[in-house]
Design a protein around this ligand. Sequence first.
Ligand code: F6P
Ligand code: MN
Length: 334
Amino acid sequence: MANKVTLTQFIIEQQRGLPDASGTFSLLLNNIVTACKKISHLVNRGNLVGVLGSAGSENVQGEVQKKLDIITNDIMVDALNWTGHLAGMASEEVDDIITIPEQYPKGKYLALFDPLDGSSNIDVNLAVGTIFSILRCREGVDPAPEDFLRKGVEQVCAGFVLYGPSTMMVLTTGHGVNGFTLDQDIGEFILTHPNMKIPEETSEFAINMSNQRFWEPPVQRYIDECLQGTEGPREKNFNMRWIASLVAEVYRILTRGGVFLYPLDLRDPAKPGKLRIMYEANPMAFIIEQAGGACSTGRERVLDIKPTGIHQRVPLVLGSKNEVERIVAYHLEG
Ligand code: F6P
Ligand code: MN
């Protein structure tokens, strides 16, 4: 049998030879992997271990928290706060930035995460995920919220784990995108999807159609043209998917192409989009671009946005390059 490349081996080999690689980054990633394996186990055990259902609380964005939102957040924090690799953390589930406890040394990285993406899926036994983003922190500072508010282009690593029929990790450090499948027998992620590339052309879109009346004209136009199929200007039929888990949608797009939209929503000016830049849009944009796709708000490249708040929301359009460029062009024409 061919030698299987584990995620640990892959990362160490990729880091080897990089000018400022001290091994710290590989160790940090290993701790994230350990946390995600724990989450995978819990998600898989579900109600056998009593983790499903509501926690009876709301997060900073006013969303009802599931028990697993809180448990998975604690798993991430507990796996990372003692390591000495981080100067601080930020989580979708926690209002303020998360500081490193006094008794532990501080490191040179910042970790940002959405511990359980798509958590409305959990009680109905559908796909959920964990998304993470790593930034380098300024040397020797006790990070303030502003230290996290950096453009997506500054990310040193982004990844997600999809807890689906298989548990998969997808990762980029800026040298392409690679996918790993968790081998439950040996407890290791194995490289199964090297150098993932998104097809440029697609005829599949993902959008929550129930919000249609709140979209802007460019998005109305794009979806309307897709729906007209062979009789419309696109002269081909489109298929639609909506999994309600960004991780699962992005994984599908990485494997067979497509476009995902959670566009500007005119309902509430305080919520220009649904998805959060620091924990969702930026890491996914980094991965999508590294796989040859594109990611925009409709008006600007996501990775170029200077964030103003750690829980800031942005409109999001990502996937196959030609479709994203078409949607951007419709916005610019409008
Ligand atoms: O984290 C937000 C999220 O759950 C994404 O994973 C997903 O793409 C989206 O919200 C689903 O939104 P809706 O509830 O409108 O279907
Ligand atoms: Mn999410």
